[in-house]
Design a protein around this ligand. Structure first.
Ligand code: SF4
Ligand code: SF4
Length: 185
């Protein structure tokens, strides 16, 4: 399966430019810990397939690495390379990658293919107060993230990744993650 470009990322950026998990800037509580490099400068954000066309320019707030998905946690259908952004300084907000726009939410696919939106349960090198303290998020934020995920999942390469992540997540949690949004919300 080729990591083909069938997703309109500019449209998804426009949909998500204005949304935030909280009315106030949640980074004021934690010191924007999710944006800070660790001591080994190993933290970063993966781009979705095709999203890299918005990043292959000479802006200086990030470095971009190419990774072979076979050497990282991707389904075997993902083709080389995948793009990994490392921030050298705070990004201009309208340029942040989709993965940052979603945080602390992510997508999960149930075994019957139904999409649910959950808090990111992956082991993180920092503690996000929104997740740790289960702070309710803005409804508009949740609804738009859900809408964007429904668009992203039309791309079979992205859907495969989320199926792969969901199966692994259910194994490591030994059950289902807590639902933040489903189609009945
Ligand atoms: S770690 Fe959580 S609370 Fe802090 S800035 Fe990131 S999303 Fe907001
Ligand atoms: S791209 Fe922006 S929002 Fe994302 S981690 Fe870097 S500084 Fe934070």
């Amino acid at each position: 399966m080729k990591n083909s470009m069938i997703t309109d990322y500019r449209f998804l950026y426009r949909l998500t430019n204005h949304i935030t998990p909280q009315k106030e800037d949640c980074g004021l509580v934690c010191g924007k810990i999710c944006c800070k490099p660790d001591k080994d400068n190993s933290l970063g954000v993966y781009l979705f397939p095709g999203e890299e066309i918005l990043f292959l320019k000479t802006t200086q707030w990030y470095t971009i690495e190419t990774h072979n998905p076979k050497e990282y946690d991707f389904p075997e259908e993902w083709t080389n390379p995948v793009y990994f952004i490392k921030c050298k300084e705070p990004c201009p907000r309208e340029e942040r990658p989709l993965a940052c726009r979603f945080f602390p939410l992510t997508a999960h696919l149930l075994r019957d293919g139904e999409l649910i939106i959950i808090n990111e349960p992956a082991e993180l090198p920092y503690k996000c107060p929104l997740i740790e303290e289960k702070i309710p998020l803005e409804e508009e934020f949740i609804d738009i993230i859900a809408k964007v995920w429904q668009i992203l999942l039309v791309n079979p390469v992205i859907k495969r990744l989320i199926e792969f992540d969901s199966i692994n997540r259910e194994k490591s949690l030994a059950g289902l993650p807590e639902i933040v949004w489903n189609r009945y919300s």
